[in-house]
Design a protein around this ligand. Sequence first.
Ligand SMILES: Cc1cc2nc3c(=O)[nH]c(=O)nc-3n(C[C@H](O)[C@H](O)[C@H](O)COP(=O)(O)OP(=O)(O)OC[C@H]3O[C@@H](n4cnc5c(N)ncnc54)[C@H](O)[C@@H]3O)c2cc1C
Length: 390
Amino acid sequence: MDFRLSDEQTMMVETARQVGADFGLDYWRELDERGAYPSAMWAAICQAGLCGVALPEAHGGAGLGMIEMALVIEALAASGAGSTVAQLFMLNPIFGGVAVSKYGTDAMRRALLPGLCKGAVQFCMALTEPDAGTNSLEVKTFARADGNGWRLNGRKIWISAVPAAQKMLVVARTKKREEVARKTDGISLFLIDVARDGLTHQAIAKLGTRCVPASNVYFDDVKVEGDELIGTLDGGWRQLLDVLNTERIVTTAGLVGTVELALRLAVEYANERRVFADKPISSYQGLQFPLAQAHAEAACARVMNYKAATQCDQGLDYGSEANMGKLIAAQACADATERAMQAMGGMGYAKDMHVERLWRDCRLFRFAPISEEMILNYIAQHDLGMARSY
Ligand SMILES: Cc1cc2nc3c(=O)[nH]c(=O)nc-3n(C[C@H](O)[C@H](O)[C@H](O)COP(=O)(O)OP(=O)(O)OC[C@H]3O[C@@H](n4cnc5c(N)ncnc54)[C@H](O)[C@@H]3O)c2cc1C
């Protein structure tokens, strides 16, 4: 165990800090107000080579790993973006990059990865359904064999960034639940165009992450070409889990960066603000302890996330680490932003102080991409050997 960063990692973090500084708190405040997508920042992230940090060199990436991606996202989130910047990484280098580089064909890699690294092609991922929810194996969206390809019918909910994306990773059943012996069989992944006959989407009004829209998506007999299957026909479930576990590493990185940012804003304010005595409100333990607690928890989540990322890069199992890091990071971030607002009193409620945006945005990650309850279920079963409760 060596926690020192290599020269290359230090350089990556420095680059991320510079990009982050160019698109600071006011940039995000303004986008949040308009509900506008952070296209300019994403373009700058890609131009600086940060989108492809963990993607293969042969296809335009830097050939590094998830640990470098985590470091980059932490720095970007802490610079002013908050947790929402992590979503841009989930969508592109994870849903697009991990899926295509690990499970796509050579032709897909050549066609998509260079554009992905440059920011020319953007991705979204459609798993969640209204009637399945967390129980993803109950998805009903069905791809019926049709000639060389398939016809897709069904409905998805809460799909992020559909209007910004050209490509959609779709999780569908290719065999009905009653036709397979194991419920994990009969699920396939497809990478299709968002702009396609029969595919429609409609944004859902929501509390936070206003810069990244989330939509209902409808598939009405959408044509899927034979070469748009990604991974194994009927055997996509394990491959999907691999993609989703890397998504947790990215989520945690965004959250620990956000804790750093929220605490910095709160401490700067509290060190200046004087109310009753001639000493700053930051001297009161009632304000200090919750912020110190969140700092300690985020520090633990960060180390756990580095472990998950390292094990992922080493080809080892990292599911428990990725889940535990995400669990604690999401709680620490919700507490840090809540207590940062409390430390600012009325000013914490003002948009100009930025913490209210961080608080709204990070709330999402207590139940997405996986909920706290499902992580605790996972830990109880896989790590503790307890009986499944559901
Ligand atoms: C803004 C936003 C963006 C999103 N982006 C995407 C996206 O891009 N792509 C995508 O596919 N999905 C996306 N999602 C969906 C997200 O992953 C789901 O909302 C999340 O997984 C929870 O599913 P659900 O909302 O159906 O909750 P439900 O499954 O209805 O669960 C409701 C509650 O019950 C609890 N619960 C359920 N089962 C159990 C159990 N067995 N034990 C204990 N507790 C249980 C859950 O933990 C949760 O607290 C997004 C969601 C939001 C809100």
